[in-house]
Design a protein around this ligand. Structure first.
Ligand SMILES: Oc1ccc(F)cc1Nc1nc(-c2ccncc2)cs1
Length: 347
């Protein structure tokens, strides 16, 4: 199809392209670039390494003479965090001044799934992926820049009010509803991977480094059963290496809700090591539901923390429950930025 034509054109250059070209292109890059990566290892000067990739249609990130290089067309500014498989920095396009975020991943650790899954997504609940470039032995992913993450907000505030926690949970569930439609499972849903708008009212999923595509029965196509994601948020089917689907993200989103309500990750107040054994063998962490939260919020957590993924609520069902719980607590009245509240330690 026309994607293969695009592949021919793209080799060795950086072009404005349509996201549909990203996936096969990066499978090819991943393969042949691994071979090339060895001799490239000693090359370090920016001008000598090959620079190829795709910047999706975007007038704010501009390749020059079909090249887009760090230190020339764009510059890195502050380090943000360790994302999945790579360092995240904020960056700026030298010519347009446009600010964005980048994640640099060593080629050996690059999963073309991050690009394949993400480039197919267009939703107000998912951070936009602008493009992907291979530069020597690194792959660089370009993403819309956001002011901060839900993980940072919880750390700053200790724990979040119930209405705000339910507000973000319902937005994440809306994002998960969309992922189900696009047959993508994220596999690393947690507060650190939920970014916030300036005013803190809107949230966006990001970091698809662990994402997998689903088949028509909703099972992961990757067939891999290795544990992925953040241990405290892993669903029982993940830690047991059983077939996983979209319901794994629903479980993780409820772990994120407990994290927002309590100010600490689930399981960690009761167990220290090998949490995956506890997640597999113990009942779901319902004892961690704060005593002062509303009955409907407890209902959300009971429905989303079912150990059997078949019995577990879907993202759509759970979103409706979360919105009813939010209404029951009087709707969203708390400001995003607010006072620090002590995390709830074991009572
Ligand atoms: O997977 C990626 C691909 C490209 C990127 F540029 C970033 C990520 N991953 C993450 N980015 C963040 C983050 C970004 C911007 N501001 C605060 C946090 C948290 S995880």
């Amino acid at each position: 199809g026309d994607c293969s034509l695009a592949l021919a054109g793209l080799r060795g250059s950086v072009s404005q392209g349509d996201p549909c070209y990203a996936r096969p292109f990066f499978n090819a890059v991943e393969r042949d670039a691994r071979e090339e990566a060895d001799e490239l290892d000693e090359l370090s000067a920016a001008d000598s390494v090959s620079n190829e990739g795709i910047i999706f249609y975007n007038d704010k990130i501009q390749p020059v003479d079909s090249e887009y290089k760090e230190g020339r067309e764009f510059i890195l500014s502050n380090f943000i965090k360790e994302g999945s498989y790579g360092e995240v920095h904020s960056a700026q396009d030298v010519n347009t001044g446009f600010r964005f975020a980048v994640k640099k991943i060593a080629l050996k650790r690059f999963s073309s799934e991050e690009v394949g899954a993400w480039s197919a997504l267009r939703s107000p609940c998912v951070v936009e992926l602008f493009g992907v470039i291979r530069e020597g032995t690194n792959v660089v992913l370009f993403m819309d820049h956001k002011s901060g993450s839900l993980g940072q907000l919880i750390a700053e505030r200790g724990r979040l009010p119930e209405d705000l926690s339910l507000h973000y949970h319902s937005q994440v569930l809306t994002g998960l509803e969309y992922l189900v439609k696009k047959k993508v499972v994220h596999l690393d849903i947690k507060a650190d991977n939920v970014l916030l708008s300036e005013d803190g009212r809107d949230s966006f999923l990001c970091d698809f480094g662990h994402a997998e595509r689903l088949d028509n029965q909703g099972q992961s196509l990757s067939g891999s059963n290795d544990m992925k994601g953040t241990e405290t948020h892993m669903a029982p089917e993940i830690v047991k290496g059983e077939p996983r689907g979209a319901k794994a993200d629903v479980w993780s989103s409820c772990c994120m809700l407990l994290h927002a309500l309590n100010g600490c990750q689930p399981w960690t107040r009761y167990y220290t090591c090998r949490l995956y054994l506890k997640i597999a063998d113990e009942p779901p962490p319902l004892r961690e539901i704060p005593p002062d939260c509303s009955p409907l919020t407890a209902e959300v957590l009971k429905a989303g923390l079912q150990k059997d993924p078949v019995k577990r609520a879907s993202a759509s069902d759970l979103k409706e429950k979360a919105l009813r719980a939010l209404k029951e607590v009087g709707g969203l009245t708390s400001p995003a930025r607010g006072p620090h509240t002590e995390p709830l330690y074991v009572v």
